[in-house]
Ligand binder design. Structure first.
Ligand SMILES: *[C@@H]1O[C@H](CO)[C@@H](O)[C@H](O)[C@H]1NC(C)=O
Ligand SMILES: *[C@@H]1O[C@H](CO)[C@@H](O)[C@H](O)[C@H]1NC(C)=O
Length: 453
């Protein structure tokens, strides 16, 4: 594909723009996409799933399934049925590990729920089960999953200031098992632990120091249906035994990365106990650089310079991508690479209002909501070389596809809320947002789905 060829050349020489230009290949406008908040796409088949806060068939929130088979004409092929209380305000979405079958996890903010939707038949997604709790899962806004710990989902509960572990072993009866309080938690990602990170954890920190640093905040809360007393006993038991011993920090486990907006913080938690427990490893608070941090990419970037988690903030420098060095998960650092990268990130106009970032190989795609841009940033170079502004690939052509649908390209892109890489081996990016005129929370205006290549 032309774009990938351009990427390969840019990486080899670093003298030409990384991605010359992104262009719109196709677009879709639909009421089912109203308030689109997140999009995830299957790596090996041309299907994307959108969590639409005020979408679905009844405008109360739901999941929309979109076929991207024909890249010039993305098609809505299914939505969850109407009157699904547990999908109200659908905000976050994660594809369940393939070994668990065809399902998506949905964080539903208005329902304060984590719902599981069967997508075996893309035309007829159906609710399998859900757990709701106006305390623990209040304002559930983001969810993450990984095949390393296939039986659990990790939820950012925006209204509860916490990251919550949900046991999804039985799709019909998901159950909350643990929560970690984290002020301002707005986005969460879970990724397999990199071998370098495991080596650092095992080798560099004396067990005593490690134990001292392990946070005691983890506490179990009973599965739904248990009595308050039983829940309290479970919490006490979990609290007293929450410190993992040295041998409990194995390779091949998973780390959870959290963005805490008003907490101005990036945090790394370690999954243990086969996935059901979390312990805090490292946390970085930065009132300037991480002010109102809005998202964390769903995969980490690894290079000879270390392992990095990419965060976006719509405030710092008007919008920025911050690479946090998570090689040592107990000592998070923003690399200081000189003036241009004083903050280990960028301060380019194209990134203004940065809402979300998706990484594919060495390219990070960033939704610059304020300026109506989607920028392609050299993720590999983020901590290496200075990247001049003209090396940022910014969408600037192919907008006729939107005009043809009666959509104002500038305004659609202005409302871009999320993006995902839509197909493996090809730089096809799916983005979602509001269309012209839609206000925050406006339920009457359709949302948009746009494919770029
Ligand atoms: C929460 O779940 C219960 C069933 O467990 C259901 O009756 C109730 O309607 C749900 N509440 C919301 C707000 O979805
Ligand atoms: C990232 O952190 C690791 C371990 O702390 C360190 O060895 C490496 O030099 C750091 N990389 C950068 C670019 O700062």
């Amino acid at each position: 594909m032309a774009v990938m060829a351009a990427v390969a050349i840019a990486l080899a020489t670093r003298s030409t723009p990384l991605v010359a230009a992104l262009s719109v290949s196709g677009a879709l406008k639909h009421e089912a996409l109203a308030g689109a908040r997140r999009v995830e796409c299957l790596p090996a088949s041309p299907v994307c799933y959108v969590a639409a806060q005020s979408g679905g068939p009844d405008g109360l929130g739901g999941v929309a399934v979109i076929s991207v088979q024909d890249t010039s004409a993305p098609r809505l092929i299914g939505t969850t049925p109407p009157n699904q209380d547990q999908l109200r305000g659908a905000s976050g979405i994660a594809i369940a590990p393939a070994t668990r079958g065809r399902a998506v996890y949905v964080a539903a903010a208005s329902a304060s729920a984590l719902a599981i939707v069967d997508v075996t038949d893309d035309a007829k997604p159906k609710l399998l089960g859900a757990t709701n709790d106006t305390d623990t899962l209040n304002g559930a806004c983001a969810v993450a999953a990984t095949n390393v710990v296939p039986n659990f989902a990790y939820v950012a509960a925006c209204g509860a200031d916490a990251v919550v572990v949900v046991d999804t072993t039985d799709f019909a009866n998901p159950a909350v098992v643990t929560r970690v309080p984290l002020s301002g938690a707005v986005d969460v990602t879970v990724a397999p632990m990199h071998s370098v990170q495991a080596a650092v954890l095992r080798a560099s920190i004396p067990p005593v120091a490690r134990r001292r640093r392990m946070d005691a905040a983890v506490r179990g809360i009973g599965k739904s249906g248990t009595s308050a007393a039983a829940a309290a006993a479970a919490a006490a038991a979990a609290a007293s035994s929450n410190t993992p011993a040295r041998e409990e920090i194995p390779v091949g486990d998973a780390l959870v990365y959290v963005a805490s907006g008003h907490g101005m913080r990036a945090t790394v938690l370690k999954v243990y106990g086969e996935g059901k427990l979390l312990t805090r490893l490292g946390s970085l608070k930065d009132t300037a650089r991480l002010d109102d941090v809005s998202s964390v990419a769903s995969s980490v970037v690894s290079s000879s310079r270390g392992v990095f988690a990419l965060y976006t903030t719509s405030v710092c420098k008007g919008g920025n991508v911050i690479a946090i060095n998570v090689t040592d998960p107990m000592n998070l650092r923003v690399p200081n690479m000189g003036e241009m990268h004083a903050f280990g990130g960028f301060g380019y106009p194209a990134l203004q209002g940065a809402k979300h970032v998706a990484v594919y190989g060495d390219v990070a795609y960033v939704a610059g909501s304020a300026k109506g841009t989607v920028a392609a940033v050299d993720a590999g170079g983020l901590v290496a070389d200075d990247v001049a502004e003209d090396e940022l690939g910014v969408i600037d052509e192919g907008l006729a596809a939107l005009d043809g649908l009666g959509m104002d390209a500038a305004e659609v892109l202005e409302g871009v809320t999320a993006l995902a890489v839509a197909s493996e081996g090809a730089a096809l990016v799916a983005i979602v947002g509001k269309v012209a005129g839609a206000q925050e929370g406006d339920e009457s205006v359709p949302g948009a789905f746009v494919l770029l290549e």
